[in-house]
Design a protein around this ligand. Sequence first.
Ligand code: FAD
Length: 368
Amino acid sequence: MKKQVTIIGSGIVGATIAYYLSADPTLSVTIYDEGIGQATKNSAGIISPWLSKRRNQRWYQLAKAGAALYPEIVADTQMGYSVYQQAGTIVTRSNAADLQALYDLAIERRKVAPQIGEIEKLTAAEVQQRIPLLTNPQPGVFISGGARVDGDKFAHNLLKYAEKRNLVRHKGKVTLGDQGQLMTPHGQQNYDTLILAVGAWLKPMLLPMHIVAKVRPQKGQLIELQLPETWGDDVPVLMPEGERDFIPFTRSKLVVGATHENDQGYDLQVSDLVEDDLFASGYKLDQNLTKAQISQVKVGTRAYTADFAPFFGALPDNPHILMASGLGSSGLTTGPIIGKLLADYVLTGAHDWDQYQLPIETYLEDAD
Ligand SMILES: Cc1cc2nc3c(=O)[nH]c(=O)nc-3n(C[C@H](O)[C@H](O)[C@H](O)COP(=O)(O)OP(=O)(O)OC[C@H]3O[C@@H](n4cnc5c(N)ncnc54)[C@H](O)[C@@H]3O)c2cc1C
C-alpha cells in the first residue's frame, strides 16, 4: 500500500513539496487549499537576498540556498521567462559613500556567494539605460544574479507538474482535531505524514491541538500596471532607496510594491489610500505612469515571527506532522528550499536543517 502524504496549503512551500515528492511513485500525495489570501499569489517577485542588511546568519544561508535553487527547478520543469528570469537587480543610493559601501558589500559577499554574479557600479544615466522606463534614475549597484519570479505561475506550474505524477488536488478548508485528526470537506482522512504549509494560518490550524504557533499575519498590497510600451526579458528589478520596489515583468507588466501593514489581521480589503501611496512611489521613478494604467491591486497575508525568521520541521511530540511558516517578506526566496528540505525529510527520514533555523520549539508553545 502506498504511503499517504497530505499537504495543506498550495502556496510556494506546499507546491514545492508536492513537486519534489512527485518523484517517488511509492507515495500517494494529496494537497488541500482553501484559496484564501495566499501570499504567494499576491507577491511582488524579487529574488535577491545577498545585499540584505539582516544580521541573522541562519536566515541568510537559507535565503542564499533558496535563490541558488531556482535556476535548477526552472530548468528541470522548463518554465519560461514570464515565470522566472535572472535579469539582475539594481539597488540605488543617492549618496556616493553609501553607494561605494553597497558595492564593497556586494564584492565581499560574492566571495562565498558566487550566485551574485557580475557586480557593477552604475551612474544614474547607466541605470536609466538598463531600465528605460525610469525618468528619474539614481546611481546604483547592479548584480546580475538577481531575479524576478511570478510566484503564482511558479507554484501553479509545480502543481501541474506534480499532478501528472502522483498528486491529487482538492479545494476546501481543512481543520485538525485535538490529536491531529484531519477533517476535510470529504470527512476525516487518514495520513502517514501531514504537512502544514499554511503560511499565516498556522496559528488557527494548530490551536485545536492546544499548540500556539507564534506567528502573526501581516497585510501586503501592491499595484500592477499595464503599460503601452513593451520591453525585453532582460530589464532588471529596481530596489530604490526609500521607495517601493519597481519590477518590470516581460511584456509591459510593471509591479510596484509592496506595503507591510501590521495590525490588520487577515484583512484583504484594497485600500484606496494605499493604492495612491503605491502609485506615488512608482510615479517618482517614472513620471509617464498614469493611474489609468493600474490593472490590479493585489492583497496578500504574510506570516511573521518575532525574529522575522521562518521555521519548519516536525511537531516536537508528533513526527508525523510537519510544518513551515513565518516566511515573511522573503518567502518567495526561502519557500522553494524549505519545500525541498521538508520533501527530502519525507523521502529519506534524515535532515540537516538546523543550520538554517533556531529549534522549532522557539516558535511553538502550549496553549494551556
Ligand atoms: C504583497 C507581497 C509581496 C511580496 N513580495 C515578495 C518578494 O518580492 N520576494 C519574496 O521573496 N517574498 C515576497 N513576499 C513573501 C512571500 O510571498 C511569502 O512569504 C510566501 O509566498 C509564503 O508562502 P507560503 O507557502 O508559506 O504561504 P501562502 O502562499 O500564504 O500559502 C498558504 C496557503 O495555505 C492555505 N490554507 C491556510 N489555511 C488553510 C486551511 N485551513 N485549509 C486549507 N488551506 C489552507 C491558504 O489558502 C494559502 O493558499 C511577498 C508577500 C506579499 C503579501
